[in-house]
Structures are given as structure tokens and as C-alpha cells.
Write a protein that binds this ligand. Structure first.
Ligand SMILES: Cc1cc2nc3c(=O)[nH]c(=O)nc-3n(C[C@H](O)[C@H](O)[C@H](O)COP(=O)(O)O)c2cc1C
Length: 248
């Protein structure tokens, strides 16, 4: 990463760090209108081609069905399932599994698109609820399609990162990070945007897969960046935290 890029990412990360979750957020009753209202753009002066919603009622595609059902669930006690090897295989298969062509180094594809096939994203999972596996932090090794057990994780530490009860009262937390240099060597500052776009693709795969196998998920947008970097033992001049998602 060039010095210019490093400086840029450092600046962005400082901004992210400054939006930490608070112990007690603003109560909904005190939210301003601009936090609640959903806005829509419209061109009154242009003619409209109204699309047909009824096709959604008699479609035969289970994909459309799954897309329509997808939602961010309020994670409740009875949603906390034991994570098993089967469930994890499904999650990581849908989010990042590698599809090898002639040469794994130059010709392999994944379940999501990546700008210039640079694949800067890495996946981790903190497993809280399981009977058959070891609880703690794992890294997903894409090449081997294997979860690498890293270490135990203290729930209090995780709570202090997200300050939301469901972040520890859940089956696990998936954390998408980016080794930004893989992409910035080619795309410079644009790599930052690309990583977020790519994480969104993985996120949607996780949502749809979860919906189809009966898991619930919910993203965690606000987090203490420094503390989470510490839990993963990564450094944000190399690897940035992009997108944590709770599954249950
Ligand atoms: C980037 C991002 C960050 C989010 N962060 C949080 C969060 O910190 N806590 C939370 O409860 N929900 C979070 N959500 C979930 C949104 O509140 C949810 O997507 C929105 O209310 C729309 O609901 P739906 O996903 O069920 O359609 C986040 C969603 C996204 C995409």
C-alpha cells in the first residue's frame, strides 16, 4: 500500500473509530423525524411504467421467495441454535467457497464478485453456542474450505465492542474484514469502496442462506473498531474490519 493510501485508510478508520456504540442509545421516542422517516425519490414530470407485483404471488422461484422473506431479525432467546459443522459448512459455502479453475492461484472464483478478482475479504466467526465444536474465534481458510480455530473469546469483551445484548446472546458473530492492500495495489483509494461493496454481496448471501436454512441474522453496524481489532489480533494498516453480522 502506498503511503498516500495508508494515510487515507488511517483517516477513514479514525472516523469510524469515533462513532462508537453507546451503552444506552437515544430512545426511539426521542428520535428526530430524519432518523425515522424513509425517503423516496420521484420524478412527477416523467411518465411511469408500472411493474407487475402479482407475478410475485404465483412465481415458482424459491429464490424470489427467499429474497422476499429476508429480514433482519430481532434475535431472541429461542433463536439461539447450536452451531454445527453442517450449519457452518452451509454458511461459508454460500459466502466464500472457492471454485477452482485450471490454477487455484490465477483461476478461481467465489460465491460473490470481487473487483479485478483481488478478493481482499477475510471471514471470521466467533462461536458462542455449540455442543459439538469448540467455542471461540475461528478464521475461514478459503483455500482449504476449513475453519481455523484461533482462541477462546470472552463474552464481556465482545459486549464491550458492540454494546448490544444480542451481540453475545446469539449463536455466533461473523466478522468480514479486508486485507485492503490486495485491492489497493490495483485500484488505489477505490479499494475501500470495493471492499464494502464486496462485503455487501457476502452479507446478502449470508442473509439468503440463513433464511433458507432457518437461521436468523442481523448486522452490527456500530462497533468499537480498536477493541474488535484487538480481539482478532489484526492491525488496521493491513486489515480493516468491514462488516460484523450476528447469526442465530
Ligand atoms: C450496514 C448495516 C448496519 C446495521 N447495523 C445494525 C445494528 O447495529 N443493530 C441492529 O439492531 N440492526 C442493524 N442493522 C439492521 C437494520 O436495522 C435493518 O436492516 C433495517 O431496519 C431494515 O430491516 P430489514 O433488514 O429487516 O429489512 C444494520 C443493517 C445494515 C445493512
Amino acid at each position: 500500500m502506498s503511503i498516500k493510501d495508508k494515510f487515507y485508510f488511517f483517516k477513514l478508520n479514525k472516523k469510524i473509530r469515533s462513532i462508537k456504540p453507546k451503552k444506552k442509545g437515544t430512545p426511539v421516542s426521542k428520535w428526530p423525524e430524519s432518523w425515522k422517516r424513509i425517503y423516496f425519490k420521484s420524478y412527477p414530470r416523467f411518465p411511469k411504467l408500472y411493474l407487475d407485483k402479482s407475478i410475485l404471488n404465483n412465481n415458482e422461484s424459491s429464490l424470489i421467495d427467499t429474497i422476499l422473506k429476508r429480514k433482519s431479525y430481532q434475535i431472541k432467546k429461542d433463536h439461539i441454535h447450536n452451531l454445527t459443522k453442517d450449519i457452518l459448512s452451509n454458511i461459508f459455502l454460500s459466502s466464500a467457497i472457492i471454485n477452482v479453475g485450471k490454477d487455484i492461484k490465477y483461476d478461481s472464483r467465489r460465491a460473490y464478485p470481487s473487483g479485478g478478482s483481488r478478493y481482499p475479504l477475510e471471514l471470521y466467526i466467533i462461536i458462542f453456542k455449540t455442543e459439538t465444536l469448540k467455542k471461540g474465534l475461528y478464521h475461514y481458510n478459503v483455500k482449504l474450505n476449513a475453519l481455523e480455530y484461533m482462541w477462546e473469546i470472552n463474552k464481556k469483551e465482545v459486549y464491550s465492542v458492540f454494546k448490544q445484548d444480542f451481540s453475545v446472546k446469539c449463536s455466533g458473530v461473523i466478522i468480514i474484514t479486508s486485507i485492503i492492500n490486495r485491492s489497493s495495489v490495483k485500484y488505489g483509494e477505490r479499494a475501500y469502496t470495493f471492499s464494502h461493496i464486496e462485503a455487501g454481496h457476502i452479507g446478502q448471501n449470508i442473509y439468503l442462506l440463513s433464511e433458507s436454512i432457518g437461521l436468523k441474522c442481523r448486522p452490527l453496524g456500530l462497533f468499537d473498531n480498536k477493541k474488535l481489532l484487538g480481539i482478532l489480533d489484526i492491525h488496521n494498516n493491513e486489515e480493516l474490519i468491514v462488516y460484523p453480522i450476528v447469526i442465530s
